[in-house]
Design a binder for this molecule. Sequence first.
Ligand code: GLP
Length: 241
Amino acid sequence: MNIIRVKDYDELSEKACELLVNEMEKSDSSVLGLATGSTPEGLYQKLIDEYKKGNLSFSNVTTFNLDEYVGLAASDPNSYRYYMNEKLFSHVDLPDEQAFLPNGAAEDLEKECRDYEALIKDAGYVDLQVLGLGLNGHIGFNEPGTPVDSRTHVVELDESTRKANARFFKSMDDVPKKALTMGIGTIMESRQIILLVSGEKKADAVKRLVNGMVSEEFPASILQKHENAILIADEAALSKV
Ligand code: GLP
């Protein structure tokens, strides 16, 4: 895994934007894997800026998001579909029918997972996958212990993950207990992966990622085995490495 060290969050967003723009320029039908959370917000803003300057178009791009909460409809402000609409999709020329997220409100969740996996496969898998890092090493919503060959599946969220994400909800009770996520096997099929990590609160996780062993107990560590994975981290996140 290559490491790109940047000064701060702004530089991290800039660097990530550059890599996505490169990918979109390389192919006329890129498949991008997208993440939610606070970390990619700066990246999305920079992509919107580039689009508004006329420097890029999403018209031939297909996107697959990593995950979605179970039980939240697209209209729920805490759903990841809503987040993506707000932070990126509604500001650029990405056609609705080319922007995929698992549907957390589906009646048959197992079928939804199978269908989502099939859609990714039909699209030829992801060219460039953006990832954030959970404090416990989760990627997407693949919590510690998730098998490395897992495919899109339903997960029971760790209490620590629910607490970390509670800041977006009215109360802890409102934080969903389950989610749908691409599996680690699905993520590892991506041709290129960029893992974005910013801030001191992630420093212990980054240390374990960079210096620790590859282990299912720390899901992001599997990225060490990917041929084309890049960690982009700022000085604060790398402060313990
Ligand atoms: C969430 C998401 C992940 C995200 C991670 C880190 O639980 N499911 O996809 O990468 O947590 O979030 P943040 O960037 O807000 O620290």
